[in-house]
Design a protein around this ligand. Structure first.
Ligand code: SF4
Length: 205
């Protein structure tokens, strides 16, 4: 089954799903639509966006015009809607907003990718980021709470290290999970910052 066919199955006609900050619907005739979840009550006044290129532009900046380097930051703009009758086209529009996120979920669910423990990711770093691997578990929890918990809509599926077993995520009803299977550069940067801060403090004269 292709990804587009999987999407059609997960979102049949006359159904709805939440996908991070995005609200997905499919009407009785089979047309797919996506908009910000805070705009779910009404389509009135929403700007109609017809192409993935326009959606990619929309995802670049938040409502205040600030650049969004992390596409899954909880700062997606409101005020738009996009519709299409084609599943493949709809998937490419979702990918413009959340690149690769749907494919990651499907691969995870099919058991084709295993989450990478945070410490494995940090151990692989080189150059200035090598230092990041010296974080404590407490710092790792702080990253999960702040960088990830407050700054990203993804749900973490990776453990801190390979000794910590994690149960596989099951999708709650009416939700298409936006998951994280490996720490991103923002989390690695924060690990380096916390490790360096602790080192500097311990070695202050
Ligand atoms: S590590 Fe994953 S959950 Fe955390 S900020 Fe990066 S993408 Fe989001």
């Amino acid at each position: 089954m292709t990804l587009a066919e999987t999407l059609e199955t997960l979102l049949p006609p006359d159904a709805e799903l939440r996908f991070g900050e995005i609200y997905l619907t499919r009407d009785k005739e089979g047309t797919f639509a996506a908009r910000h979840r805070d705009d779910r009550e009404s389509e009135d006044g929403l700007e109609r966006i017809e192409t993935r290129e326009e959606l990619r532009e929309l995802a670049k900046f938040d409502a205040e015009g600030e650049y969004r380097p992390l596409k899954t930051a909880p700062t997606l703009r409101r005020g738009w809607i996009t519709k299409t009758g084609e599943a493949a086209d709809f998937l490419s529009r979702l990918d413009a907003l959340y690149p690769g996120v749907f494919a990651t979920w499907v691969a995870y669910q099919n058991g084709e990718i295993d989450p990478v423990p945070l410490r494995d990711t940090l151990e692989r770093q080189t150059g200035m980021y090598k230092f990041s691997s010296s974080i404590t578990d407490q710092m790792a929890n702080e990253i999960m709470r702040s960088t990830c918990g407050k700054g990203c809509v993804r749900v973490i599926t990776w453990p801190i290290d390979s000794r910590c077993p994690v149960s596989r995520l099951k999708p709650p009803a009416k939700i298409l999970p936006v998951i994280c299977t490996e720490a991103c550069t923002f989390a690695v940067s924060e690990a380096r910052r916390l490790a360096k801060e602790a080192y500097d403090k311990a070695n202050a004269v």
